[in-house]
Write a protein that binds this ligand. Structure first.
Ligand code: FES
Length: 547
């Protein structure tokens, strides 16, 4: 008798007595650790999706974890039969193209003007000497998402991209959305979320092909909660109406001139140069954070005369609408469904994820998997494609119900662990879509224009980059615009963070621009609920005028 263990999609038949961490090591899976399995670093978190009953009881070191999350070094298999499925927080190659795509102001055209420069063998930060070295000068940009973290390492003297990395945000054990993280941080104290993330970042930074002490500045884009948590600020006020960052409150009281942040890297537990600075881009307002601000920089909104919209679909979807003269912004609490969270076999867009689905004339499903490795799950772009195909072939109706009365479909991908897609997954996606569509309807209505009056619709985000536009329009995830107006620009937030890292001029331009933005508060809009209900249905989105 043995337990069938599936760890990160790899199978092993195991006997009782050994920890999940040790099984992972035997399978050749790298689980993050800084304490060598002592239960101290809290980095070895795994999510157990099946078979919790086969594991030992929680110990003291795991008290901060709830639900499906365990410390892999601290839980052992204790049964001699059953199935356990778990995965470590995932890491992977970034699927983001190095050059900006379809952006009006890509890095190529940028005049380099970083805050860190060389003067002979002196390294200067804002004109103040912080080191003596003839080695190359590096900077780091980070898009800190609720679900996914993206890093890009740049040479500050040439603007060249040296390396990049991405991983699942390990703070997931504190909840999958920003409200849960705020609650967790407020209840637990001790900056546990920040410390865990700093541990993951340290491993990623140490794997870069440069000496971390040659990294002198880091620029962070992220929603208001993620950014403030990272800077160890109190985030309680972001979770309470009127949902404001402490930096926004302090600015309103005249105690600061900007919502941007600066801190020494070592205070944030990062292994950069001891005098390196971490700069947090300014937020716009409420939940419309520094990631939305970074997107504005990426599309050069300060100099844009056309009417553009940016939709950065994520756990919190950011919406920006306007041009240099008038800008509206909103944040939609969509939840993690389109990033693979809260979906039975969902996962981020990392190797092993199904990213494309096609249903053939014979009803057979053809899938494309990222990275040519064994299938582990299905990511957001795969989910949109799957919904689009199920709708096109009449397998589901516009309410998201299976027409044949089934409760799930199985994607036959020759994997040890079958990939399911259930009606409750469709419900999760419907609600995430409903929030996004309601945000779109509100911001366009407040601005006073129809969808078809737009000149450009930028679909941003790692997820947005890989979406099938036809499927997205069919299920009503994005407005039903002509294809030529829709530009999939990739991760605009990381592009914006890189621009701010390479140019103080652009950084100052953004500091001024965020103050001109009108924040649309979705929760205060009288039609939000009606828009949401309509947006939960799977049909193309047109401008609605619910009065
Ligand atoms: S390895 Fe450090 S807590 Fe498990």
């Amino acid at each position: 008798m043995s337990v069938e263990l599936h760890f990160n999609g790899e199978r092993r038949d195991v006997a009782p007595g050994v920890s999940l961490f040790e099984h992972a090591e035997a399978l050749g899976i790298n689980v993050p650790t800084s304490c060598r399995k002592q239960g101290k670093c809290k980095e070895c978190v795994v999510e157990v999706t099946e078979g919790m009953g086969c594991l030992s009881d929680r110990i003291l070191a795991e008290q901060h974890l709830q639900g499906r999350f365990r410390l892999s070094c601290s839980c052992r298999i204790v049964k001699d039969a059953g199935v356990v499925r778990c995965h470590a927080m995932r890491r992977g190659e970034m699927r983001i193209e190095r050059g900006a795509l379809h952006l009006p102001g890509g890095n190529q055209k940028l005049k380099l003007d970083p805050a860190v420069v060389r003067g002979g063998d002196r390294i200067l930060l804002d004109g103040v000497e912080i080191d003596r070295s003839t080695a190359p000068i590096h900077g780091l940009a980070m898009d800190l998402g609720t679900t996914t973290v993206v890093l890009r390492l740049l040479n500050l003297e040439t603007g060249e991209v040296i390396a990049d990395a991405s991983f699942e945000n390990p703070q997931r054990f504190g909840g999958s959305d920003v409200m849960s993280r705020i609650h967790y941080d407020t209840e637990e104290g001790g900056h546990l979320l920040q410390r865990t993330l700093a541990g993951y970042l340290s491993h990623a930074i140490e794997e870069f092909p440069v000496d971390p002490r040659t990294i002198y500045e880091m620029v962070i884009a992220g929603n208001s909660t993620m950014r403030d948590l990272f800077f160890r600020l109190n985030v309680h006020s972001i979770g309470q109406s009127p949902y404001r960052s402490i930096t926004e409150l302090e600015m309103a009281e005249g105690r600061r001139f900007s919502t941007s942040l600066a801190e020494l890297a070592k205070k944030l537990l990062l292994p950069l140069h001891p005098k390196a600075r971490v700069y947090g881009l300014p937020i716009i307002s409420g939940h419309v954070g520094a990631d939305a601000a970074a997107c504005m920089l990426a599309v050069d909104l300060a100099n844009e005369t056309r009417l553009i919209a940016i939709m950065d679909i994520g756990t919190n979807t950011e919406l920006i609408l306007g041009n240099k003269d008038k800008i509206f912004a909103a944040s939609c609490p969509a939840g993690p469904a389109f990033e693979g969270g809260a979906i039975t076999c969902g996962m981020p867009g990392l190797p092993g994820a199904i990213e494309r689905v096609k249903i053939g004339g014979d009803g057979a499903m053809q899938v494309r998997v990222i990275g040519g490795v064994p299938v582990q799950g299905i990511c957001g772009s795969g989910l949109v494609d799957l919904l689009g195909e199920l709708l096109r072939t009449g397998c589901i109706n516009r309410l998201g119900r299976f027409e044949n009365g089934d409760e799930k479909v199985v994607l036959d991908v020759n994997s040890d662990a079958p990939i399911y897609f259930t009606e409750s997954d469709i419900n999760e996606l419907a609600q995430a879509k409903g929030a996004n569509v309601a945000g779109l309807q509100v911001i366009f209505q407040d601005y006073g224009i129809r969808f078809d009056e737009l000149d450009v619709f930028y679909l941003a985000g790692g997820f947005g980059r890989h979406l099938n536009i036809e499927s997205s329009k069919r299920i009503g995830l994005i407005p039903n615009l002509e294809d030529a107006k829709i530009l999939q620009v990739g991760n605009a937030a990381i592009e914006g963070a890189c621009i701010a890292l390479l140019s103080r001029t652009k950084r100052a331009e953004l500091e001024a621009l965020v103050k001109k933005v009108t924040h649309c508060r979705l929760e205060a809009h009288g039609n939000f609920f009606n828009f949401f209900v309509d947006g939960c249905q799977f049909h193309p989105v047109e401008t609605l005028s619910i009065q």
